[in-house]
Design a protein around this ligand. Structure first.
Ligand SMILES: [Zn+2]
Length: 363
């Protein structure tokens, strides 16, 4: 009895010693593992900093931009998935500021260029729409966009009676329209016809669309089957330039018939953001090359969009090397650069690729 109890005591003591040893062993192992993890983390950080310093050479702006937007812990993976861009400058002239798909034309920003490359619709259009008169002109990309849009509209609705009732207009035509509108309405100013020199129709980027109704030719009102055009025109590069609810900004009443071409990327970005063109340019002005506006299209393509203010007689425009890009003047003192970053089916048919050859100098 006593022996067995003694024996039990001994066994208990041995057991408690074993437990103590085990605890010491585990604690030691934990401390070792923690020290090992700290050592490895330190080495990885040192290596990634070394790589960052190497790749940052000669492209300070971008490596600093990228490293400031990602946290310490995943800097190595972010740098390997998005290498820093190398920028070179191209030069644009003062005249270039007033040309391009994004030019802003309104009552305070007159059209200041001469359109050189107008294309006649007749012979270049498809049969999904008609023309009010045979001689109608617009920019070539507008004719192409109109062909695409109206073919899709006809497929979808079966309607092919939409008519271009006005396209490019010269200043004399606009003056007549303006005078007629004032006479008709007995007013001093017009909210539906722009003053001569201040109409988007001077640029070749604007179209008015009509249809044949029981009462004769009427402007599209954006209702019924025609609402498809309002909702889908951005896919073809067009916007409703004077949208509902934006009269205070545009200075023009809602015009569901007036379509303005600004290119597919910007038409989609503007429409999805619920901007009018004035607001869209205002927004882009906040995004310089250091802080570009990143727009991902529903096509999956990824774009960097940034604003470069005018530099006077010539403006140096930074362009990332090897990327497809477009540059448009804004007609309000700057340029908008659109860079295709890749993936998806990009809207890149009219873009240029920056190479060392076309770029004048590296900054
Ligand atoms: Zn119009």
């Amino acid at each position: 009895m006593s022996y067995s109890s003694k024996g039990r005591k001994v066994r208990r003591r041995r057991k408690s010693i074993n437990v103590r040893n085990l605890i010491i062993l585990i604690a030691g192992a934990v401390v070792t593992i923690v020290l090992f993890i700290l050592l490895i983390t330190g080495i990885v950080r040192l290596i990634s900093k070394g790589i960052g310093a190497l790749t940052g050479d000669g492209k300070e702006k971008n490596s600093s931009q990228i490293s400031s937007t990602v946290s310490d812990t995943d800097s190595s993976s972010a740098e390997s998935s998005q290498p820093a861009l190398v920028y070179s400058n191209i030069q644009m002239t003062q005249a270039d500021e007033n040309q391009g798909e994004l030019i802003l034309i309104n009552s305070t920003h007159g059209y200041q260029s001469e359109v050189e490359d107008l294309q006649i619709f007749w012979g270049n259009k498809n049969k999904s729409y008609s023309l009010l008169v045979a001689e109608m002109y617009a920019k070539p990309e507008v004719v192409t966009g109109m062909n695409e849009m109206m073919a899709a509209f006809q497929t979808q609705s079966g309607i092919s009676s939409v008519m271009v009732s006005s396209a490019y207009r010269n200043v004399d035509d606009q003056q007549k329209m303006y005078d007629n509108d004032l006479a008709k309405n007995g007013t001093d100013t017009s909210e539906t016809v722009a003053k001569a020199g201040y109409s988007e129709h001077h640029s070749g980027y604007a179209l008015d669309l009509s249809y044949n109704s029981a009462a004769g030719t009427a402007y599209l009102d954006g209702t019924g089957s025609y609402s498809w055009l309002i909702e889908n025109c951005y896919k073809y590069g067009f916007i409703i330039r004077y949208p509902e609810g934006k009269t205070a900004v545009t200075g023009m009443a809602y015009e569901p018939w007036h379509f303005r071409y600004i290119g597919k990327v910007h038409a989609e970005a503007l429409t999805k953001g619920n901007y009018c063109l004035e607001e869209y340019i205002d927004m882009l002005r906040l995004h310089g090359q250091d802080n570009p506006y990143n727009f991902v299209s529903e096509t999956g393509a990824d774009y960097l969009i940034y604003y470069v203010p005018s530099g006077g007689t010539t403006t140096e425009i930074p362009i990332p090397q090897g990327k497809e890009y477009t540059v448009s003047g804004t007609n309000e003192g700057g340029f908008v650069v659109t860079v295709t970053m890749g993936s998806g089916s990009s809207y890149a048919s009219d873009t240029k690729v920056s190479t060392a050859g076309t770029a004048s100098s590296s900054n």
